[in-house]
Design a protein around this ligand. Structure first.
Ligand code: SF4
Ligand code: FES
Length: 358
């Protein structure tokens, strides 16, 4: 029997983890979890060749390895850099990284419109989350922003190129999940844009997945657009016997009405199982589905508001790393005197009143 490959020891933000050789710093940090994992706007573990485009995952390597302890001279993209044995990495403990990330977010927002109040992605947008932590209040950009006409990619998908951050995820998803890709990146540099060749419709059976991989509101579901704010809907895990895909989906419901169907996503916001267009766009009745129960929503997400069942805590490691516990803006259930977790809002007849919380 062959010997098991020895693991590499890597320390990220003062927490040590053992991983297989060849693991990227980002995935080693994800193995630790919580805030130690750098944000990733273009890397997607299920898409080959993704990563290396957005630079939000930059980290500082303060010790290269046990054999060669010299630090790396520049910040590196953690999604594209593999670990070495004895490597030491700083993410949230590095002021240089935080500063660089602020700069990256400023660049990502150069052309991005501030239309969160009308954008369907609001409430589940990676760029919106990143802007809360690293964005500036004002822009320093003095030039006109790039603007594009809204484009329909087939009957179900709308492309709002103004919001695109050129992460390439949709291009990889279309190339790797479908056999007849007709959309891609046209032009280069600051002229680059996602488009379809000759505006051909994308009618492939799995093309709807590009909506789920888009980290911003550039690709949206036309069957859901402007129908509801995502935090007013209740996500439920459901499945059906589908001849094309796994049939395991997330229903976004309000009462008995299914407003949207998406793939299920893991804690890093990545699709667990790709789903077909039929499940996504055509099965909008509760009778089409076997409902399993409420989705576990992170308590830090705005989608968890009003859901006292099915919320999940994410590991909080920041006190281990920094020696202090922060006050999370969205941990309303714990820090507010009003939102008691034992009060079921759905059981209160009429609008909730302060008496209901006594
Ligand atoms: S449309 Fe969305 S997924 Fe595609 S490149 Fe732009 S931001 Fe990325
Ligand atoms: S996630 Fe690493 S460069 Fe985008």
């Amino acid at each position: 029997m062959s010997e098991p490959t020895p693991k590499f020891k890597v320390t990220i933000d003062n927490i040590t983890v053992e991983v297989d050789p060849g693991t990227t710093i980002l995935n080693a940090a994800r193995a630790i979890g919580g805030e130690v994992a750098p944000p990733a706007m273009c890397y997607y573990s299920k898409l080959k060749n993704s990563g290396g485009k957005c630079r939000t995952c930059l980290v500082e390597v303060s010790k290269g390895s046990e054999k060669d302890p010299r630090p790396m001279p520049k910040l590196v993209a953690s999604c594209r850099t593999t670990v070495m044995d004895g490597m030491e990495v700083k993410n949230i403990t590095s002021p240089k990284v935080q500063d660089a990330r602020n700069g990256v977010v400023e660049f990502l927002l150069l052309n991005h419109p501030l239309d969160c109040p009308v954008c369907d992605q609001a409430g589940e947008c990676d760029l919106q989350n990143l802007s809360y932590n690293h964005g500036q209040e004002n822009t320093r950009y003095e030039f006109p922003r790039r603007t594009f006409e809204k484009e329909d990619l087939g009957p179900y998908i709308s492309l709002h190129m103004n919001r695109c951050i050129m992460c390439f995820r949709c291009v990889y998803a279309a190339g790797q999940l479908t056999d007849k890709r007709e959309h891609g990146v046209l032009e280069r540099g600051d002229h680059a844009q996602i488009s379809t060749m000759l505006n051909k419709a994308l009618d492939n059976e799995f093309i709807g997945n590009v909506i789920d991989v888009c980290p911003v509101g550039a690709l949206t579901d036309k069957t859901f657009r402007f129908k509801n704010r995502v935090w007013f809907t209740k996500p439920m895990d459901a499945h059906r016997d589908c001849p094309t895909c796994s049939g395991k989906v997330r229903l976004w419901m309000r009462g008995e009405e299914v407003f949207r169907v998406t793939a299920r996503k893991d804690q890093w916001g990545e699709v667990e199982d790709w789903i077909c267009n039929d499940c996504r766009f055509h099965k909008k009745e509760t009778k089409d589905w076997v409902i399993e129960g409420p989705t576990n929503v992170s308590r830090k997400s705005v989608i968890s508001q009003g859901h006292y069942v099915g919320t999940r805590k994410t590991p909080v490691l920041i006190d281990k790393v920094m020696g202090k516990t922060p006050n999370y803006r969205l941990e309303i259930h714990e820090i507010s005197d009003v939102n008691k977790p034992n009060v079921h809002l759905s059981q209160i007849s009429g609008p909730a009143h302060s008496d209901d919380f006594k």
